[in-house]
Design a binder for this molecule. Structure first.
Ligand code: UFG
Length: 338
């Protein structure tokens, strides 16, 4: 298959590129490098041993996207491009809705014009909303989302479901990611947050490297075994392989499917800290602080549908996730910046 990766230079996009090439597919990366580095491209060439086809374009730029669709014959699109910071989305709702919806609508228009009918969308478990009944199953009716980022994912899901209803020869996979961590085992590509990391694993790796003094653990009075929040952490390479499986599935199936990509296993914040210290033999000083607003006790997937439908399940362990996250951080103390 030949696949367009919108936002393909980002954390999940770049890992998906590698797994697509490993599986014998062709891929074209479209990215405006707003939240990604050009260095990713040479790293991808080193990992795959093949030249990367890259288009520096904004996915909401219709003319640029038209030209890209005209220059290639795509079988499918994987749509990663979008803003992704929850806190920022609360401060900049207009920018978030404009960007995260325009990119999807432009892609759909270009796909229709070019006769491309398969799309995989990068959704998030956040669309389940503030729900306290894990494991989360795709058939659950979503509650209200709690921020513009989450709403933008939820509205994008709605758009693509409606598109597939109106055009029954289209097929679509709405992949709801849980908490992606880890990095490619080469240590050449990984997550490169700008500024102070919001998420747990990049914060831990920066504490372990001495860049930050200590980890603040947001609350130890949750209704969980050790009192700290429980999440479904998934290795980004497993997640990437889920996208390959979804593309291959869509080629022979019509209609839209919502699919969780998680492991089904919940780990607490302290489970992660302890595993990280043990596996990498490096200390991670931490302090228990106040709860973070909006956090929930437990949030993990029921991954049954992905296994039944796609034949995919996560294979990597928590130790793999901790080791690979640390290898990436150690080899690239400043991410992709020199
Ligand atoms: N945590 C800390 N200290 C930190 C950062 C996080 O204790 O410095 C804790 C949180 O309280 C939570 C857990 O670590 O219990 C995971 O927090 P993350 O911020 O890494 O992830 P979230 O589950 O809050 O959010 C993630 C994604 C969102 C997505 C959401 C729901 O970052 O984009 O999952 O799927 F919307």
């Amino acid at each position: 298959m030949k696949i367009l990766l919108s936002g393909g230079a980002g954390f999940i996009g770049s890992h998906t590129y590698v797994e697509l090439i490993n599986a014998g597919h062709e891929a074209v990366i479209v990215d405006n490098l707003y939240n990604a580095s050009e260095k990713v491209l040479e790293r991808l060439e080193t990992i795959t041993g093949k030249p990367v086809t890259f288009c520096n374009a904004d996915v909401s730029d219709k003319e640029a996207m038209r030209a890209i669709f005209a220059a290639h014959s795509f079988d499918a699109v994987i749509h990663f491009a979008g803003y992704k910071a929850v806190g920022e989305s609360v401060r900049k709702p207009i920018e978030y809705y404009r960007n995260n919806l325009d990119t999807t609508l432009t892609l759909c228009e270009c796909m229709r014009e070019a006769g491309v009918r398969c799309i995989v969308f990068s959704s998030s478990a956040t669309v389940y909303g503030p729900i306290e009944t894990s494991p989360l199953v795709e058939s659950m009716h979503p509650l209200d989302c709690t921020n513009p980022y989450a709403w933008s994912k939820s509205i994008n899901e709605r758009i693509l479901l409606d598109v597939c209803t109106a055009m029954p020869d289209w097929s679509c996979a709405l992949l709801r990611y849980f908490n992606p961590i880890g990095a490619h085992e080469s240590g050449l590509i990984g997550e490169d947050p700008v500024g102070v990391p919001n998420n747990l694993m990049p914060y831990i790796t920066q504490v372990a490297s001495g860049k930050r003094e200590r980890l603040n653990v947001f609350g130890n009075d949750y209704n969980t075994p050790d009192g700290t929040g429980v999440r479904d952490y998934i290795h980004v390479v497993d997640l990437a392989r889920g996208h390959v499986a979804a593309c291959e599935y869509l080629l022979s199936h019509k209609g839209a499917e919502i699919i969780n990509l998680g492991t089904g296993i919940g780990y607490s914040v302290l489970d992660i800290v302890n595993a990280f210290q043990r596996v990498n033999d490096v200390p991670v000083p931490y302090a228990i602080v106040e709860r973070r607003a909006g956090d929930m006790d437990s949030y993990y997937a029921d991954p049954t549908k992905a296994k039944t439908l796609l034949g995919w399940q996560a294979e990597k362990t928590l130790d793999d996730m901790c080791r690979d996250s640390w290898r990436w951080q150690s080899k690239n103390p400043n991410g992709y910046r020199d």
